[in-house]
Ligand binder design. Sequence first.
Ligand code: FES
Length: 178
Amino acid sequence: MTRRTFLDISVSIMQAVVAGLCLVPVLRFVMHPLIAKKRGGGFVRLVPLSSIAAGKPQRAVVKADRWDAYIHYPSGPVGSVWLLRTDDEQGEPRIRCLQTTCPHLGCAVDRAADGNGFRCPCHDAAFDGDGKKLSGPAPRDMDELEIRLTEADAAGERWIEVNYQTFTTGIEGKIPKA
Ligand code: FES
């Protein structure tokens, strides 16, 4: 191999490497909506466990980062949930988390005026205290979300985290929205 050929090959390899490196951020930018969709929801911190009283449903606002195509909106409200606490005999906390979005047409489900269960103000769907459908046009029970409790932090506080999702409304079955 002549010296000239060796230099030509070396320069070509270096050009290819530099071009490849320049393409990485461009590809990441273009592919972002697909990559973000694949990552999915994930757990979001809600409220301290100590702020939820047993036997008294409490609404909590869910805040998370949002992406609209290429635009990033830092932590803001994306929805809300009902938290239900029923501790066992040993005092171990048991938390359930229900979507506030009505499975009928998506209105916000509120607590019933008499304090027993939940009611949707739009078309009067009624649910019991566990979110089970009692009457009205809702096609299913209130949608339940996965939660977890953190270990105690430096202040001795445990936190409730939710794997926040939304589901289709107005049809049978619980289908996660994309
Ligand atoms: S949206 Fe809730 S009953 Fe229709």
